[in-house]
Design a protein around this ligand. Structure first.
Ligand code: FE2
Length: 506
């Protein structure tokens, strides 16, 4: 067990000393940066840098004593740290699992930067992040990636290893960073603990996931815009409602949500604005990539009404069209509606979690009498979905980005039988295992839903190449994740011309 006296020898002066001295003075028995480093929420003047000290990631407190520990940080304009342009010190406190979040500011727009941390003589690896262009700037192009759904038990994070090699402005994460379940059997690799519900449980689960070296590579290479979906708390939770039959009362579920949110904050490179307040957390927010693209990152989970008709894939009951049912609050809807109307961005990007297309899921119950809806998606909240799509009509610059499905799709969003936007659905990094290009149910699903243009059920991520006149989404897939070392390929590219909500395979 590490104690404070191990670190007394290393004062502030040692923290910025030469590398050889740092190594000699290191008092750690194991690497305190075992969970890697990360950056997030880039802006034109800076971004967040994150780490958590955890020499023994699965032990109580990550192997740390309860004392606070100073962590020095450095930012440089070159990878060799020849020119350090900012440095400082933050306290890693036990109340936040010895995580630190530093919000950098005063940096130049649209530039690469490098960062690292030093704790008690031990230096972290080097991370890279880019600031965004000024909001008033007119960048000609943007390349970013999106990912999510990374069930540790389903396979290796090979896709993240490949993503770490990409040249990207940033990554959008659509949630399911962890899964809450106990060990599966069989599993490619197993969760170390049973179903999680306490703060300590969630912390250890994040520690197990974040110890993965492929995941760490992606975080070290790119700044992420993090959101969450359901599994960061509990499968298919909705607002104050747990998923289960026999679900606890709302006030009891909120305690679990509070623990889950605290652990989420502790492990994500997010700003102080996302610091939890009791059992709530401000998740939805925006970002501008110059005047080329504006992003609205939604929160489709925390404030929604319970899934209608008993959840699952079912024929719609009356609740589906209830005007009281909502996926996002009135406040979030107003914020989004205002943003969609803006004229200062060429593309409007709605970056969120669950599918917005209302598709017929009749591939399992062939004899269902009517369309089967995924009631956990926007299809279960039809009044608000309709209002949103009606607002998109005539704008002709909207791209919706989605996760959750563990299958990649490209499709059209219709308002009264007219396409008003395109939707790209990401697959998963690992959830549901190796997969296949066209699943057995794929052809029937495509035939039932003419708005769907593309399907792929392999694991991977998407990259998006955005210019003023065209948006291209590349579906990057890995051939196998059940063993390490899978190879990456670009399975398809689908393009959208600015001004015309239609999809074309390139
Ligand atoms: Fe998922």
């Amino acid at each position: 067990m590490l104690t404070r006296r191990h670190f007394i020898a290393t004062g502030a002066a040692a923290l910025v000393a030469a590398p050889s001295i740092l190594r000699a003075q290191s008092k750690w028995r194991a690497n305190p940066f075992s969970l890697g480093i990360a950056s997030g929420d880039p802006a034109p003047d800076g971004f967040v840098i994150w780490t958590r000290l955890a020499p023994d990631p699965l032990d109580q407190h990550g192997g740390m004593s309860p004392d606070a520990m100073p962590v020095a940080w450095e930012v440089a304009s070159d990878e060799g740290f020849g020119i350090i342009i900012a440095k400082g010190e933050a306290q890693a406190r036990t109340e936040l699992a010895h995580s630190i979040h530093v919000e950098l500011s005063g940096l130049h727009p649209d530039r690469p930067y490098f960062y690292r941390f030093i704790a008690a003589g031990q230096r972290s690896g080097v991370g890279h992040a880019r600031t965004l262009p000024l909001t008033s700037a007119g960048p000609r192009d943007l390349r970013f990636a999106m990912s999510g759904c990374q069930d540790y038990q389903s396979g290796y994070y090979t896709a993240y290893r490949h993503m770490g090699e990409e040249e990207l402005a940033f990554v959008f994460h659509y949630g399911d960073y962890i899964y809450e379940y106990g060990p599966d059997s069989p599993a490619v690799r197993q969760h170390s603990s049973p179903l999680i519900s306490s703060l300590d449980d969630y912390r250890r689960r994040y520690a197990q996931y974040k110890a993965d070296s492929d995941l760490q590579r992606a975080h070290a290479a790119h700044a992420f815009f993090m959101t969450f979906d359901d599994h960061e708390v509990r499968n298919n939770w909705a607002g104050d409602v747990d998923d289960d039959d026999g679900a606890p009362p709302a006030e009891v579920f909120r305690l679990r949500r509070q623990s889950a949110f605290q652990a989420w904050y502790e492990h994500m490179p997010v700003r102080r604005r996302q610091f939890p307040a009791g059992s709530s957390l401000q998740l939805y927010r925006g970002a501008h990539y110059g005047n080329l693209a504006a992003f609205d990152f939604l929160d489709t989970r925390q404030y929604r009404t319970n899934q209608p008709c008993g959840d699952g894939y079912r024929v719609a009951c009356a609740e589906v069209t209830s005007p009281r049912a909502h996926m996002i609050t009135a406040e979030e809807e107003t914020w989004l509606a205002r943003n969609l109307q803006r004229r200062d961005a060429r593309w409007n990007v709605v970056a969120q979690q669950v599918m917005m297309m209302s598709l017929d899921r009749r591939w399992e119950s062939e004899d269902a009498p009517a369309k089967l809806l995924n009631l956990d998606s926007w299809a279960g909240y039809e009044s608000q979905r309709r209002r949103l799509l009606a607002r998109m009509r005539g704008l002709n610059n909207i791209v919706v980005l989605t996760g959750d499905e563990h299958t990649a799709y490209a499709g059209l969003l219709d308002d009264r039988d007219k396409a008003v936007a395109v939707e790209f659905v990401g697959t998963s990094i690992s959830s549901d295992g190796d997969g296949q290009d066209i699943p057995g149910w794929g052809p029937k699903f495509m035939a039932n839903n003419p708005e769907l243009k593309f399907i792929n059920n392999r694991r991977g991520y998407m990259t998006c190449d955005v210019t003023r006149d065209e948006w291209r989404t590349n579906f990057m897939v890995v051939d196998k994740i059940s063993t390490p070392g899978g190879t990456l390929s670009k399975r398809a590219t689908w393009a959208v011309a600015h001004g015309e909500p239609a999809l074309r395979e390139v």
